[in-house]
Design a protein around this ligand. Structure first.
Ligand code: NAD
Length: 351
C-alpha cells in the first residue's frame, strides 16, 4: 500500500498504536531513536523557519490538556497531549497523545498518528540529542530518577546516542524500578537499583529526572549535584510542577527549547523572568557555547516543544513510504465536484 499522491488525497494515512509499535520493531528501537534524534536536530538547525507559540494549555486540578502547533511554511503539525499524574493509580497513562501532520499549500491532512508511544520516543531522542551537545564527552553512567512510562526510552536513547552503558535507577515506588529493570534486561546496559535519589546520583555524569507529581517537588537537592554533571530534567513541565531545588538552577548553565514556554512551564518558573538561559538551537548551530568546562553543571530544562513533535511526525510520514503500517482513514469529504458537498450527501441516502 503506498501513500496517496498530493493530488489524490482520498484518504488520510492513520498510524494506530499497533502500527506504531510495528514500525518501531520494523526499524529497530535504538536505530529509530537515533534517526529521530537526527530529524529533531535537523529541525532545530532551521529553527527560525518555524512558526512558534507556547502550547495552549487547559489546566485542571488533576492535570493538563495541551495543543502544540507549529509550521515550517510547507507543513503544519499539532499534537494533542495530556498530563495527569494521578492517572497511573487508576490504570491509565500519565501522558497520552495523538497528532496530525498536514500540507500547508492545501491545508489537507497528510498523516494522523497515535503519539503516546511516539512522544516517549521523541522525548528520549530529544534528551539524548541535547546531551550529545552538553553532557561530558566521556559520560557513561546515568542516574534515572522516576522509572515510569518514559524511563526505558530515556535509558535506551542515552545508550544509543550518547554511549551510556550504566544506569543507576531510583523511584519512590520500587515496583516501577523492578518493571523498568526487567524491561531493560538484554539491552546491553548495566542496571543498578538504588535506595534513594542521592544514591542514584553517586558517580553519574548525567542525571535524568522523569517523575510525575503535580506540585513543586524537590527530587534533586543541591548537595546531590556535583561539578561537571549534566542534568536532563524531564518531569517539570507545567506551571506549579517542578523537580529541582532552585539552588541547583543558580549553579547551572540552563538550556531551553523555547523560552516563552519554558519560563512558564519549566524549572525556571522558580527563577526571576530575566534569569539568563540559552536557546538550544543556537548551541546546535554553534552560535552560542554549550559545555565550556569540565566543572560546569549543564541543565536541559525540558518541557517538550511542538517542533519536536513536528519532526517526529515528519519522520513517521517518511518512514511509512514502502510499508503497509497504516490504515486508510475516511477523514476528508471528497465530492466529485468540490462545490457539490450537498449532492454527495444526498446521493448517499440509504434506499
Ligand atoms: P509515569 O507516571 O509513568 O512515571 C512517573 C514515575 O515517577 C512513577 O513511577 C512515580 O512513582 C515516580 N515518582 C513520583 N515522584 C517521585 C519521587 N519523588 N522520586 C522518585 N520517583 C518519583 O509518568 P511518565 O509518563 O514516565 O512521565 C514522567 C514525567 O515526564 C511526567 O511529569 C510527564 O509530564 C513528563 N514528560 C515530559 C516530557 C517532556 O518533553 N519534557 C515528555 C513526556 C512526559
Amino acid at each position: 500500500m503506498s501513500l496517496p499522491a498530493p493530488s489524490a488525497r482520498a484518504f488520510v494515512p492513520f498510524v494506530s498504536v499497533a502500527n506504531m509499535m510495528a514500525l518501531i520493531h520494523h526499524v529497530g528501537l535504538e536505530q529509530m531513536l537515533g534517526e529521530l534524534a537526527d530529524y529533531i536536530e535537523a529541525d532545530f538547525r532551521r529553527w527560525p523557519q518555524f512558526d512558534k507559540t507556547p502550547r495552549v494549555a487547559s489546566h485542571s486540578t488533576e492535570g493538563v490538556i495541551e495543543l502544540m502547533p507549529t509550521s515550517d511554511g510547507e507543513h503544519y503539525a499539532f499534537k494533542y497531549v495530556n498530563g495527569h499524574p494521578k492517572n497511573t493509580a487508576e490504570g491509565l497513562q500519565t501522558v497520552t497523545a495523538f497528532g496530525l501532520f498536514s500540507d500547508v499549500a492545501t491545508g489537507y491532512p497528510m498523516l494522523l498518528s497515535e503519539m503516546t508511544v511516539l512522544t516517549a520516543m521523541r522525548t528520549a531522542a530529544t534528551s539524548a540529542m541535547v546531551a550529545r551537545h552538553l553532557a561530558p564527552r566521556d559520560a557513561r553512567v546515568m542516574a534515572m530518577i522516576g522509572n515510569g512510562a518514559q524511563s526505558e526510552f530515556q535509558c535506551l536513547a542515552f545508550k544509543a546516542i550518547c554511549g551510556v552503558d550504566t544506569v543507576r535507577m531510583f523511584d519512590i515506588d520500587p515496583q516501577a524500578t523492578a518493571k523498568a529493570m526487567k524491561n531493560l534486561q538484554g539491552h546491553g546496559l548495566t542496571l543498578i537499583a538504588c535506595d534513594s535519589a542521592q544514591d542514584a546520583c553517586e558517580g553519574a555524569q548525567i542525571i535524568t529526572t522523569c517523575t510525575a507529581d503535580k506540585q513543586l517537588a524537590t527530587i534533586l537537592t543541591d548537595n546531590m549535584v556535583g561539578a561537571g554533571q549534566h542534568i536532563n530534567a524531564i518531569g517539570g513541565d507545567c506551571p506549579g510542577k517542578t523537580e529541582l531545588h532552585p539552588d541547583i538552577l543558580l549553579r547551572s548553565d540552563i538550556f531551553v527549547e523555547f523560552p516563552p514556554q519554558t519560563r512558564v512551564e519549566g524549572e525556571i518558573q522558580q527563577l526571576p523572568a530575566d534569569h539568563p538561559v540559552t536557546e538550544l538551537w543556537q548551541v546546535i548551530l554553534g552560535d552560542k557555547p554549550g559545555r565550556t568546562s569540565d566543572r560546569q553543571i549543564t541543565l536541559f530544562d525540558s518541557v517538550g516543544f511542538a517542533v519536536e513533535d513536528f519532526s517526529a511526525l515528519r519522520y513517521v510520514r517518511d518512514k511509512l513510504e514502502a510499508t503497509d503500517l497504516f490504515d486508510r482513514l475516511d477523514l476528508l469529504a471528497d465530492p466529485d465536484d468540490p462545490r457539490d458537498l450537498f449532492g454527495m450527501l444526498a446521493r448517499a441516502t440509504p434506499d
